[in-house]
Structure formats: structure tokens, C-alpha cells
Design a protein around this ligand. Structure first.
Ligand code: NAD
Ligand code: UFG
Length: 335
């Protein structure tokens, strides 16, 4: 069995996926340009899995580097995480988002074709469901994008579909992630946002650590159980395991497969704050603020297809997600 090339493997979801792959007897090669990650994660991963892991520092858009990686390693498949991911930023610098996300995917697919490696798992997002109001979201829900980041995901899904239509020997899995949170149980890897966190859970953790005074709750007049936004939070290790199942599946079937990766449970902003308080034993002050532009009331997955076809089922509940998030962030902030 060849190795799996992990683009963006030192990032948040990539690093957790590498741990799950090694737990399941896979070996990997990493490429990452360190744009949003630290080189020390490479060593930490080697410590966690207790194996040497090949790491190439560089950009997925560098075709010569990709050729070198395919020549030097026996690669049987690719999991493509590398990309930029902040919705707000994508509205300010859309060209960087199109260049990084779409161009990198094209260069990668061309190199894969050249070396006859036709198995790829792609990180898509629930953002491709746009403003769709019909929850739970099934994979067949209408697709739309409301910002440049979302459009990059939608376009790449389209590119993969066209590629498969042109040559059905490709084995492609598109995974639409809901809201990954938490960290590996070791507390050694997790997400380290730069600057002010955009996402709810890292923001709550900074309030817990005393770095920010209170959580800004973006609206309490949505049509949800307590008026605050509802999302499908999924433990990053559960999400990571979904990639192992997807790679296993692609080794058995040719095809283009699309799965939601979520728990199917929706939690409100206030539910999450409460769960974090319980997990950390700290009080989390919050203030109700205006709605954040572009947010929708509720987004959660129908996880049935991933369960039926991959056997995917999230193990961790909301409190464990918060405990693990806090274990990691406490270790960064409170030394
Ligand atoms: P991350 O920023 O932590 O990881 C991405 C990694 O890719 C980083 O280590 C970065 O340095 C690297 N990278 C970026 N551009 C690169 C390039 N051109 N060449 C080489 N390396 C590059 O992000 P993440 O949260 O782990 O997300 C991984 C993927 O999942 C992304 O494609 C993201 O859009 C998607 N996704 C994330 C979320 C989420 O909430 N985290 C939700 C849905 C989808
Ligand atoms: N929220 C707050 N305060 C904050 C941050 C968020 O109240 O400081 C609320 C939001 O209004 C929303 C919920 O918390 O109701 C979750 O917000 P996040 O920013 O954590 O996550 P989103 O669902 O908005 O966005 C995430 C990813 C996007 C992706 C989207 C759909 O960050 O990249 O899921 O998959 F596009």
C-alpha cells in the first residue's frame, strides 16, 4: 500500500487526520507552506504517532515540487486540505483565495494525472449549501455560495465532477465538513487562530483564558430554540476519522462520492457557551450583539449517507468537544 499525500497536513484538520491515518496503519507524506501552521507540528505529529513522517516545506502550486514528491514517494492517494479558509478575509482579498484554493487544486490534479494517482479526498464545506433553510441538510440540497471562499469550494467541487465525467477511473470523495471544534486528546495539537478568532469556540476559549472580556453573541432573534444561531459542531478527531473511512472506501470503489461530515445535532450559541462553562468550570461572560452579516439561523447535517455508505458516526458529544478544546488552549494560554 502506498503512502497518502496530505496537502496542508500541518494545519488543524490535516494534523488530526494524520494521527487517525497512522492509527489505522496508513503512512503519509506532508506538503505544507506553513502559511497558517507551524513547522513544530511536524515534530509533534512524529511524537504522537511514534514514526518518522516525510515533510516537504512548499506550496501546492509549485508543480516541480509536486513532481519531486511523486517521484520520491510511492503515493497511492491524496487528501487535499491546503487552502485559505476565512470567509471575511475572502471578501477582502478574493484573488488570493481564488489563486490559492483553485489554482493549487488544478496544479495538484495535473500532477496526479501525470503520475497516474487518481484517488483524491477533497475538503469541502457546508458553506456550499449557501443560505439553504431546509435543515437537516442532505447532500442533495441545492448548492450556492455567498462569498468568495464558498465559491472556491463550489468551483472545485465542479472541477472534480467534470474531471470524473471525463475519466471515470478517478476515485474522488468530496467531504462537506460542518463545524469542526475540539482538539486531539493529547492536548498537543489543535487550532491556533492568529489574531482575533472568527469562529465561536476559539473565541470562547480566549474569553475563558481572560484574553477577551466577553463573548459577542451575534443575534438572539433568529428562528431557533433560544434565538441564537444553531450549528452542527463536530469533534475534529471524529471528522479526521471520516477521512480514513473515505480513503478506505475509495480503495474499493471507483466513483465520485459526496458526504456530509457532521453529527446531525444542532447546538445554539448559548448551548455551546454552557457546555464550555461546564467543561472548564469557569464562568463565560457574554453580551448579545447585532447579527453578523451573512450568517444563517441554523445549519446542521443529515449524516445518514455517510453512516450508511462509510459507517461514519461521530463518537464525541458537545461537552467532550469543549473539554478537549480547553485542554489544548489552556496549555497555550496559561503556562
Ligand atoms: P488550516 O489553515 O489549519 O490548514 C490549512 C493548511 O494548509 C495550513 O497548514 C496552511 O499552512 C496550508 N496551506 C495553505 N495554502 C497552501 C498552499 N498553497 N500550499 C501548501 N500549503 C498550504 O485549515 P483547516 O481548518 O485545517 O482546514 C483544512 C481544509 O478544510 C481547508 O480546505 C478548509 O477550507 C476546509 N474546511 C475547514 C473548515 C473549518 O472550520 N476549519 C470547515 C469546512 C472546510
Ligand atoms: N458566533 C457568535 N460569536 C462569535 C463567533 C460566532 O455568536 O464570536 C456565532 C455565529 O453567529 C454562528 C455560530 O456562532 O451562529 C458559529 O459561528 P462560526 O463562525 O464558529 O462558524 P460558522 O458556522 O459561521 O462558519 C463555519 C466556518 C466557515 C464555513 C461555515 C459553513 O468557519 O468556514 O462554517 O461550513 F463556511
Amino acid at each position: 500500500m502506498g503512502k497518502i499525500l496530505i496537502t496542508g497536513g500541518l494545519g488543524y484538520i490535516g494534523s488530526h487526520t494524520i494521527v487517525e491515518l497512522y492509527n489505522n496503519k496508513y503512512e503519509v507524506v506532508i506538503i505544507d507552506n506553513l502559511y497558517n501552521s507551524k513547522e513544530e507540528v511536524h515534530k509533534t505529529l512524529e511524537t504522537i504517532v511514534n514514526k518518522k513522517i516525510s515533510f516537504y516545506k512548499g506550496d501546492v502550486r509549485d508543480k516541480e515540487l509536486l513532481r519531486k514528491i511523486f517521484k520520491e514517494n510511492n503515493i497511492s492517494g491524496v487528501i487535499h486540505f491546503a487552502g485559505l479558509k476565512a470567509v471575511g478575509e475572502s471578501c477582502e482579498i478574493p484573488l488570493e483565495y481564488y489563486n490559492n484554493n483553485i489554482y493549487s487544486t488544478l496544479v495538484l490534479l495535473e500532477a496526479m494525472k501525470e503520475y497516474n494517482v487518481k484517488r483524491i479526498v477533497f475538503s469541502s464545506s457546508a458553506t456550499v449549501y449557501g443560505l439553504c433553510k431546509e435543515v437537516p441538510l442532505k447532500e442533495t440540497a441545492p448548492l450556492d455560495a455567498t462569498n468568495p471562499y464558498g465559491r472556491t469550494k463550489l468551483y472545485i467541487e465542479g472541477i472534480l465532477k467534470d474531471l470524473y465525467a471525463s475519466d471515470n477511473s478517478w476515485e474522488i470523495a468530496i467531504l462537506r465538513y460542518f463545524n469542526p471544534v475540539g482538539a486531539h486528546k493529547s492536548g498537543l495539537i489543535g487550532e491556533r487562530p492568529n489574531g482575533i478568532p472568527n469562529n465561536l469556540v476559539p473565541y470562547i476559549a480566549e474569553v475563558a483564558a481572560g484574553i477577551r472580556p466577553y463573548v459577542r453573541v451575534f443575534g438572539n432573534d433568529y428562528d431557533t430554540k433560544d434565538g441564537t444561531g444553531v450549528r452542527d459542531y463536530i469533534h475534529v478527531s471524529d471528522l479526521a476519522y471520516g477521512h480514513v473511512l473515505a480513503i478506505d472506501k475509495l480503495s474499493k470503489v471507483h466513483g465520485l462520492l459526496i458526504y456530509n461530515l457532521g453529527t446531525g445535532n444542532g447546538y445554539s450559541v448559548l448551548d455551546v457557551i454552557k457546555a464550555f462553562e461546564k467543561a472548564s468550570n469557569l464562568e463565560i461572560p457574554y453580551k448579545i450583539c447585532d447579527r453578523r452579516p451573512g450568517d444563517i439561523a441554523a445549519s446542521y447535517a443529515d449524516p445518514t449517507k455517510a453512516y450508511n455508505e462509510l459507517g461514519f458516526k461521530a463518537k464525541y458529544g458537545i461537552e467532550e468537544m469543549m473539554e478537549d478544546q480547553w485542554r489544548f488552549q489552556e496549555h497555550i494560554y496559561i503556562k
